[in-house]
Design a protein. Structure first.
Length: 90
């Protein structure tokens, strides 16, 4: 995914543990780990605002866009057309 999450960087700067951040934000440590490790599909603005308030930072300090590298796996299932498969007679 082209959105990178830098919560671990801010945690280190603030000398705060994942558990403490989760408690102060009001989410489970497991859900924070999903977000922190870049496995989340979405984040609510309320959660993002709470993270920024607790970490005293801006959303851009936690999230950044990185262009996808060529050949990186997509989340979309591959189709015959995207795989370059041609049907006979086509």
């Amino acid at each position: 995914m082209p959105i990178a999450v830098d919560i671990d960087v801010m945690l280190a700067r603030r000398k705060m543990s994942v558990g403490e951040l989760a408690d102060r934000v009001g989410i489970t440590p497991a859900n924070l780990a999903v977000l922190k490790n870049g496995r989340a599909k979405a984040v609510r603005f309320a959660t993002l605002a709470a993270l920024c308030e607790v970490l005293e930072c801006q959303p851009g300090d936690l999230l950044r866009w990185e262009p996808e590298t060529e050949g990186a796996p997509e989340n979309e299932p591959e189709t015959e057309e995207t795989a370059g498969i041609r049907r006979p007679g086509g």
